[in-house]
Design a protein around this ligand. Structure first.
Ligand SMILES: *[C@@H]1O[C@H](CO)[C@@H](O)[C@H](O)[C@H]1NC(C)=O
Ligand SMILES: *[C@@H]1O[C@H](CO)[C@@H](O)[C@H](O)[C@H]1NC(C)=O
Ligand SMILES: *[C@@H]1O[C@H](CO)[C@@H](O)[C@H](O)[C@H]1NC(C)=O
Ligand SMILES: *[C@@H]1O[C@H](CO)[C@@H](O)[C@H](O)[C@H]1NC(C)=O
Length: 549
């Protein structure tokens, strides 16, 4: 079941949360009963219990189709207590969150917050499931509204709900979840973690930047952190290929022609011809072999179309003063181009963002788009979602650790945006070393947005959306639920035992989303700027024949 393939995780309230002794020794844990009264007595004013339910071993839980962005419930859960809380965030707004509390004999003393996707609202119950199998209490917020991923109409003239999506619902939900978790177990939380991709990546970075005490470790995927630039870029990107009647327009059928030629030219640049483009930045792509000799046809690009393709791969710079505005898409992202580049208008992540989020003008016409909107978005950033701060010393200084990852075939959030954030962080901390002490970036060759691959590349590291993209009852990396293969478990080991993550072995299966089909390939992912290097002997699909260098 590819439930979440297109969920596109892009995606202060004044509740007085008790401050938590994060690293205290665990008290004798005494599990309270799974009933409202356990929780109501510790809730601050403005927060109320919506529902408390006991889920039996091997049960399922969620809100089903009513939860527009997460219509699938996690199944095969361990026995747990499920709590739904509503929090009033202003006179005009409120948000909800869900909390899964495994039985006290299964609880490891850890909390795990899970991120959302796109502009969607809804408690991400599905992705709360996996953490419970590993002994985490897990929490997810609905971000203050209920909508599908590409629906931004909820934001129109709704500044408080924008703030809830931007940061407030995540912050408030996690603080309250800590209070409820400790009330339930009668014990302190020892460590708090975060895992999210796309919007989820942005949410995690935002919380680290604004509230460095919230998490001890964060797994940050394909972070859509630069809202003010990125969502405007989605309009610009779409316009490169519009209108469809213009000779410059590249039709859907040619994306795969371009993609196949990219693999033919760029795959071997990294030293191994395996169909996986691992060093797109080293490829000097030559359009000549696919350039039309005569008239346009379905297997070649005209000069006008080649100009368009170059714009898509290049970064976006100001035509006024030349300043950098956004990262372009990478070579090998072509299989996901249909999302932004196949329409008759730019994608909703761009157009609806400008209409409902930025300008509060549902009649704004994307044909009038120009780069001044980036400056406007920088200045106003409605709801404060943009997570562009690199002064994260307070998080580092209290021992916080970050694992960031990004698929190198991502056609939704450009891969280089993670490198941009990482480079800025290195500039801030003064060196790669002082950054790597607490923050490491892992690029995943051949992986698309947050999960999956079209080229058999090892992609699964047990991150949010990955097991649940395959089936509702899976968690971690099926068959490899250990810190060598699961990035969250590697993060836990780094935070709690000081074992810095030197590599993570990613996995793919013979049948894309069926782990029972047998392992297709495993390969180490390396802390940027290192890359996995093939030893030159043995199967390229076996991790032991690769090393980070
Ligand atoms: C909510 O409304 C009350 C009563 O009108 C007002 O006193 C209060 O300041 C408002 N609070 C916010 C956060 O706007
Ligand atoms: C591309 O656009 C066409 C025309 O709107 C549509 O029929 C088709 O389903 C789209 N394909 C993809 C993969 O989005
Ligand atoms: C860009 O768009 C803004 C807002 O629509 C408009 O005021 C401005 O004149 C435009 N600038 C250019 C150079 O077209
Ligand atoms: C990050 O910095 C490295 C080293 O200076 C550079 O090669 C790379 O192009 C930068 N990446 C981005 C996305 O700017």
């Amino acid at each position: 079941m590819k439930a979440l393939l297109f969920t596109f995780a892009y995606a202060l309230h004044s509740v007085a949360a008790t401050s938590l002794p994060v690293h205290s020794d665990s008290d004798e844990s005494v599990q309270a009963t799974c009933s409202s009264s356990t929780f109501t007595k510790v809730l601050p004013q403005g927060a109320s219990i919506e529902k408390v339910a006991t889920v039996p071993q091997n049960g399922q839980y969620g809100e089903g189709a009513a939860d527009l962005n997460y219509p699938y419930n996690p199944t095969g859960l361990p026995a747990l207590c499920a709590v739904t809380v509503k929090v009033v965030s202003s006179n005009e707004s409120s948000y909800r969150f869900g909390l899964f509390l495994p039985s006290s004999s299964q609880w490891t003393g850890r909390l795990l917050a899970i991120g959302n996707g796109g502009f969607g609202g809804g408690i991400n119950w599905l992705d709360m499931g996996p953490g419970t199998h590993l002994g985490f209490a897990t929490v997810s917020t609905d971000t203050g509204h209920n909508s599908a991923t590409a629906d931004v109409t909820w934001a129109l003239n709704n500044e408080d709900t924008k703030s809830d999506w931007g940061w407030r619902a995540m912050h408030g939900s996690v603080q309250l979840a800590k209070t409820l978790t400790q009330a339930y177990y009668g014990a302190s939380i020892k460590y708090s973690y975060y895992s999210g991709c796309s919007t989820g990546g942005r949410q995690g970075l935002k919380e680290i930047q604004t509230s460095p005490d919230t998490f001890d470790g964060a797994l940050i995927g394909a972070a859509a952190w630069y809202t003010s630039h990125l969502n405007n870029y989605v309009v610009q990107l779409g316009m490169y290929n519009l209108p469809v009647t213009d000779p410059k327009h590249i039709p859907l059928a040619l994306f795969s022609v371009l993609g196949a030629e990219v693999i033919r030219q760029c795959d071997g640049v990294d030293g191994v011809a395996d169909g996986i483009v691992s060093s797109p930045e080293l490829c000097n792509f030559d359009y000549t072999p696919i350039r039309c000799k005569g008239s346009a046809s379905s297997n070649c690009l005209t000069d006008a179309q080649i100009v368009t393709a170059k714009k898509i791969y290049n970064d976006w710079y100001s035509s006024v003063d030349g300043r950098w505005l956004a990262n372009g898409l990478t070579y090998s992202s072509e299989d996901q181009w249909s999302l932004y580049l196949n329409g008759t208008a730019p994608h909703a992540f761009g157009v609806e963002y400008v209409q409902n989020f930025l300008l509060n003008d549902p009649n704004w016409d994307w044909r009038t788009f120009n780069e001044s909107l980036v400056t406007f978005a920088e200045q106003h950033d409605p709801g404060n979602p943009t997570a562009d701060q690199v002064n994260i010393s307070p998080f580092k200084n209290r021992g916080g650790k970050i694992i960031m990852y990004h698929g190198q075939s991502d056609g939704v959030v450009p891969t280089r945006i993670s490198e941009t954030y990482y480079n800025r962080t290195i500039d801030y901390f003064g060196s790669l070393q002082s950054t790597q002490d607490f923050f490491r970036l892992f690029l995943i060759p051949g992986m698309q947005h947050c999960a999956l691959t079209t080229v058999g590349a090892p992609w699964n590291i047990g991150a949010t959306f990955q097991p649940t993209t395959m089936a509702t009852n899976l968690w971690s990396v099926p068959g490899f639920q250990d810190k060598q293969h699961d990035a969250l478990l590697a993060l836990v080991d780094w935070v709690e035992n000081g074992n810095a993550v030197k590599q993570i072995v990613a996995t793919s299966w013979n049948s894309l989303i069926n782990p029972n089909s047998g392992v297709h390939a495993q390969r180490p992912l390396c802390p940027w700027p290192q890359k996995a290097k093939y030893s030159g002997a043995g199967s390229v699909n076996d991790a032991k024949n690769w090393a980070c260098a």
